[in-house]
Design a protein around this ligand. Sequence first.
Ligand code: ADP
Length: 740
Amino acid sequence: MTDTAHAPTSIAVLTSGGDAGGMNAAVRAVVRTAISRDADAYVIQDGWQGLVDGGEAIRRVSSADVGGILHRGGTVFGTARCEAFRTRQGRRDGVRHLLERGIDALVVIGGDGSLTGANIFREEWPGVVTELAEAGEVTAEVAASHPVLRLVGLAGSIDNDMSGTDMTIGADTALHRITEALDSIRSTASSHQRTFVVEVMGRHCGYLALTAGLATAANWLLIPEHPPEGGDWAQEMCAAMRAGHEIGRRQSLVLVTEGSQSREGEPITAERVKEVLEEQLGEDTRVTILGHVQRGGAPSAIDRVLATRLGHAAVERLLADPPDTTPQLIGIRGNEVASSPLMECVTRTHEVAERIAQQDYEGAMLLRGGSFPESQTILSTMQQAAPRPTAHGRRRFRLAVLHGGGPAPGMNTAVRAAVRLGLNRGYSVLTVKNGFLGLRNGDIQEMEWMSVSGWVSEGGADIGTNRYVPDEPAIAQIAKQLAAHRIDGILMAGGWSGYQAAHLLHTHRQKYAALDIPIICMPMTINNDLPGTELTIGSDTALNSIVADVDKIRQSAVASRRVFVVEVMGHDCGYLALMAGVATGAELIYLPEREITLNDLCVDVRNLTERFRSGKRLGLVIRSESADPVYTTDFITSVFQKEGGDLFDARPAILGHVQEGGDPSPFDRVQATGLTAHCIEYLAEQLESGGRASAMIGFQSGRLQFTDLTSYPRLIEDTAQRPREQRWMNQLPLAEIMTV
Ligand code: ADP
């Protein structure tokens, strides 16, 4: 429960340090949540500099003042490095400027430097307030009513270097920029048979390079936390490059994080890597320093949603906590908002850099924690020129990989990972063409290490997918094919009908011995409508595609007053509609999970019309394709068009199949690779222990989870194509607050 007795009535927010995509969304969420809770909201221009300067730099803002900023890159309220704030006098001025406006609650969005400064500012606050009162610069009454500063920090940094949160605001956007750049570099590199050495930002943190390396299949990676283990990094790198060329690789990509070093602490720059490659391999090598490209551009869907959630949670936290609470960093762990003492996070963040400086790389990797070490291992396996030799006498199990359901971005990425990780375990990996239909027809082929070269970034599904679900005679044929191809385990990476088909095979395992094998289902669909997981691979790409289209639609409406009714995919599941609504700032969102009534529609039309009357120029309605059989997109558009009269007109925008296509987003590539690794491990555990269990892999509260395949029917709705539990629905109130 919120203790309103402690509730501050004026909350200020600032962005500081390096700018990062999503900072605007965070400011917007802080302001709108504060206003929705009857607090006054202030924005401080240019970070600490604005606080020190005071005057116009600290502005009271309305909900409308933070409208139209969600899609913009960087921070529209500015950020600056501020030397004056490092001095007590500068901070003293800052306290005075806040007190003059009755502000004693602050949300700081920035990196570890900004948050360290914030903590010092808060610690000094009581002493400075007394001092200002004694000097007559503020009244005794003002001093008495603001004895402490309430402070909450949000990690805004492209580097993803902050302890206390799995993701910093801005990291995913930077990853988009890096991945786009690397995809382009790859295509020019292969045209010319070149090696590209690309320097990626990250100071002491290799997150961006490691994740981008996974997303683009980098051939060699240098990150500060994990220098090459052999004695001589240059020799080791050249040997790996040589092996790559010997198997026919036409181009190579080496990623270097700024701040990389050898095991002995010798700095390794991109230029140094180029020199080594040219000297030792005589390769045509080019260096690209990505630099500030990584900061810019429209924020990704993940950053918009993350920043909105965190900004909202920051204000809720300020309102709920007693004033003298230890300042907290609000971050995300798994998929849950989590808070930790701010300074502990800053200290642990600095500790990683110290470990690296002391050449304690194991310690640095341990401190990074989470999926960091695992990603590093997966990447180094996938980079190999060939699978490691099979241990003598081990059985070479045969795994089949297939899809089912509609196409989902990331399917090729998953097949690539399955092939390489399966082969590396000493198994045979077979791909089945065209889903369960292909399995019935025996359309099965054995894969090799290089058969999947270049697949990491390709959209679509090269081995094919469809919505075919086998009937009884087909199941018998499938059993025959599995026996004929001696298949020991199946990885089904797909959507709704893939799950149906896999479950059907599993239920027939007593009837056909060939079906009594482990099957693992991996969730791949843009709809996010599968059981056993709160997130499916492919949905992030679709969401980014929707967000990019809506950004364009918004821009097209500059000259007119208009309502757009945007229809998005999702089948019976409103996930894409709700998340797209949060990420684009839609005024209205219609979901299949919530029936639309005529009464709702009347209220919505009236409210939106009212907002146009008071100056609104653009309205955005997002409707899920199956939101309601009667109140269709055309119907809703017609209602708005009619009721808008002279005030506005209305247009439909049905985004259609573009949402299913396109190259997978970095997040989907990384998740497709990581989840596949766990699927292969699951199958390996079953096969090597003689087990026969089958499962659905997924995320619950952001953590990896295996759910027994036999529970599939219990987890889905009887009448609609979606799971019974849909945790993302708890974001609905957030979407509503944000459109206030
Ligand atoms: P980041 O927040 O991205 O780490 P910086 O380290 O440049 O970026 O910090 C941003 C600003 O925060 C600095 O310009 C300064 O005003 C303030 N700041 C950083 N460290 C401190 C500190 N130790 N004491 C006071 N202010 C600080």
